[in-house]
Design a protein around this ligand. Structure first.
Ligand SMILES: Nc1ncnc2c1ncn2[C@@H]1O[C@H](COP(=O)(O)OP(=O)(O)O)[C@@H](O)[C@H]1O
Length: 187
């Protein structure tokens, strides 16, 4: 199931975090600033659109991901993935060996609350997500699902964070490519 590292020319990056921490915002800017073209896949949307799930779980109020289907879909070489954990029950049967870098975005709970309120989430959903952020749910899930050395935790509390996080990931992509002998001349 795993991809042979030398055969891949493009890294697979997962950007995760509690809803509202800035996954879409980061992925969008990263896709613009990356030295190589990256495909931005919103895993939440993808799972629904392509029916990569086993049905809707009423208790979790989320789709239960079909690991085999989702895995083979996302093994496309130019993947930049973002997904909404924990609102998506993604991957109770991991690890995903085809992932090269996992970025976990973090945000303080006051700011997160405001972001989710602005988004028009019902109070229950704001509380649930805020609690998940305080309880380190996503970072712990990432650490238990992936190799420790590929998981990076980054603050996402302002534009400065956004810019420095994206430039850090761009540098990581350049190093990943250079290590494999690819020369990038710019975007
Ligand atoms: N680092 C940041 N600095 C400023 N605003 C941010 C930052 N990260 C996210 N936001 C804002 O918070 C809101 C939620 O971000 P979004 O990227 O949609 O989160 P997610 O995809 O994780 O649900 C948006 O209005 C976005 O502009």
């Amino acid at each position: 199931m795993a991809i042979d590292a030398p055969s891949r020319r493009f890294p697979v990056i997962v950007i995760t975090g509690t809803p509202g921490t800035g996954k879409s915002t980061h992925a969008q800017l990263l896709a613009e600033e990356s030295p190589i073209p990256l495909k931005h896949i919103n895993v939440g949307d993808l799972i629904k659109e392509k029916s990569l799930h086993e049905g809707f779980d009423e208790e979790w109020q989320s789709y239960t991901v079909d690991e085999d289907k989702a895995g083979s879909y996302m093994r496309s070489p130019r993947s930049l993935t973002t997904y909404n954990t924990p609102s998506l029950a993604f991957g109770r049967a991991r690890p995903e060996r085809w992932v090269d870098l996992v970025v976990v975005l973090r945000c303080n709970h006051t700011q997160l609350w405001e972001r989710l309120e602005k988004r028009g989430y019902p109070l229950k959903k704001i509380q649930e997500n805020n609690e998940a952020e305080i309880m380190d749910v996503v970072i712990e899930e990432a650490r238990s699902s992936y190799a420790e050395e590929i998981v990076v935790e980054l603050q996402s509390e302002g534009t400065e964070d956004l810019e420095s996080n994206v430039s850090r990931i761009v540098q990581w992509i350049q190093a990943w490519r250079k290590d494999r002998g690819f020369v990038d001349t710019g975007s």
